[in-house]
Design a protein around this ligand. Structure first.
Ligand SMILES: [Zn+2]
Ligand SMILES: [Zn+2]
Length: 331
């Protein structure tokens, strides 16, 4: 099993605030980050541009609907289709496969998931994985790139923390050292092939929904709707899905399993986050491929992994045993 899947494995202590982090930021911190103002600037500009693109899609869709004609069924179909596909790239691709190695997959599936994940505009796969592994290493402690719980305890400070966990972190985080956090991916030819072409996939993620809109309607107007809804507004929606997880899912909700952080489960977010809002389940057992720990916990991403397993496209799907879950359950 991958070294990171092992080290990210579940932690047993029940969360006392005084519990020391696994690794203090000052110990070996310089190996974990790349100190480069230029790289930081590039990453922050990237975030601002991708966020602006997403907002332009929402504004454009609203303007089109109000000034020209209501959004067509085809426009909505492109949104739902690409929300699902690119969302899968993030959840079962970037997150559960590439970051946590919770299952193995045939190369075409791995490449497709990496490409789809790139289309989200949240950074190339190696960067995303490195940053997320950093989150798991320091979760809710100094060094966590997007904890909402480190700004203080007054009402104002908590609000400030929530803002940081939601969007502030996207232009404040350190640059994670991929050589430290994602060495396994740096030597993975298929992943690096996708990673190097990141901006090609971003453009493809805009061109495909435009093409789908054109095919469905046979008109350039349909292509425009597809671009705005399935391309740009979809990008904004998926940014928000991730930001909900980085903020709300470490503040509000229930803690059903022991983990060394303040991660929470939020049933009301399960559908739009494609299952990722079972975030306490995830931190309790980071290598689990499917986050349905109780029968009613709907995890669409986990269902897709289970279907792909049946089809023989993925295997070695990591599932905690009932006894393992029981041992970690908060009573
Ligand atoms: Zn994770
Ligand atoms: Zn988390």
């Amino acid at each position: 099993m991958n070294e990171w899947a092992e080290t990210a494995a579940p932690l047993t202590a029940p969360l006392p605030e005084s519990e020391p982090a696994a690794t203090e930021p000052d110990r070996g911190w310089m190996r974990r980050v790349v100190k480069s103002q230029q790289l930081e600037r590039v990453q922050h500009i990237h975030t601002v541009v991708m966020t602006a693109l997403g907002i332009s899609g929402v504004v454009g869709s609203v303007l089109l609907s109000v000034l020209v004609r209501p959004m067509s069924g085809a426009g909505i179909a492109t949104f739902l289709t690409f929300f699902f596909l690119v969302g899968m790239g993030l959840t079962i691709g970037y997150h559960r496969h590439f970051t946590h190695r919770s299952y193995k997959a045939v190369t075409p599936v791995r490449v497709a998931l990496a490409v789809l994940g790139c289309m989200a505009g949240q950074g190339p796969v190696v960067f995303w994985v490195a940053l997320h592994r950093m989150h798991h290493e320091f979760s809710d402690r100094e060094g966590d790139p997007h904890s909402p719980n480190l700004a203080g305890t007054s009402r104002l400070q908590r609000l400030k923390g929530l803002f940081h966990g939601y969007i502030g972190w996207t232009v404040q985080h350190p640059v994670p050292n991929a050589n430290f956090y994602a060495r396994d991916l740096l030597t993975d030819k298929a992943v690096m092939w996708v990673n190097r072409r990141y901006y090609v996939w971003i453009l493809l993620g805009l061109a495909l929904p435009a093409g789908m809109g054109f095919l469905l309607t046979g008109t350039p107007y349909g292509a425009l709707e597809g671009l705005l809804m399935g391309g740009l507004a979809r990008m904004f929606a998926l940014h928000n899905i991730i930001w909900w997880i980085t903020s709300f899912a470490h503040v509000f909700g229930t803690r059903d399993y022991r983990s060394r952080d303040l991660s929470t489960n939020n049933a009301w977010l399960a559908l739009p986050t494609l299952g990722e809002s079972w975030h306490n389940n995830h931190h309790g057992y980071p290598t689990a491929a499917i986050l349905t720990f109780r029968w009613w916990q709907v995890d669409i991403s986990g269902m897709v992994i289970a279907v792909m397993e049946k089809l023989g496209l993925v295997w070695d799907v990591s599932r905690p045993t009932a006894a393992e879950l029981e041992a970690r359950r908060v009573r």
